[in-house]
Design a protein. Structure first.
Length: 151
């Protein structure tokens, strides 16, 4: 009976394609969980007012999103404090893992985990607008060693 049902499923191309897509999605989800799931979530979800003010100040009160062609976003109104490495994937609620984004770019980013190359580019770009002496690297799971975060 099971063999007959499987034969019917695989004889219908769209149903077989759907099953393949679902299997691929599960494999990707499992891979992400293995890579990013080994860290406990920070018990604190939201940035404090002082941390948000610090994030906005160091970003020069401007969205930190960079487009490949257009450069840095020019939005300066209604900025939001965002986790670079998402809280849902174990990112720390800490100024070292925070960035200032406009509503549109924060919504577009959602809970996407940035690649290491993206983090390196962000750190290099931040050198041009962060105050001198401010660490530019992102700490995914907490403050970088030797760089205590003051709030």
């Amino acid at each position: 009976m099971l063999q007959g049902a499987l034969a019917e499923v695989f004889s219908t191309p769209w149903l077989a394609g759907l099953l393949v897509l679902l299997a691929i999605a599960k494999v990707v989800q499992l891979g992400r969980a293995m890579v990013h799931g080994g860290h406990a979530r920070d018990p604190r979800r939201s940035f404090s007012r002082a941390e948000k003010a610090q994030l906005l100040e160091r970003a020069g009160h401007r969205c930190e999103h960079h487009a490949w062609l257009l450069g840095r976003c020019r939005e300066t109104e209604a900025l939001q404090a965002d986790h670079v490495h998402p809280h849902s994937w174990g990112g720390a609620t800490d100024a070292a893992n925070g960035q200032a984004l406009c509503r549109r770019h924060n919504k577009r980013k959602a809970d996407r985990v940035p690649w290491n190359g993206e983090l390196d580019r962000l750190a290099r770009r931040r050198e041009s607008y962060f105050p001198a002496g401010t660490p530019t690297a992102v700490a995914r799971y907490g403050a970088p060693a030797g760089h205590p975060v003051e709030v």
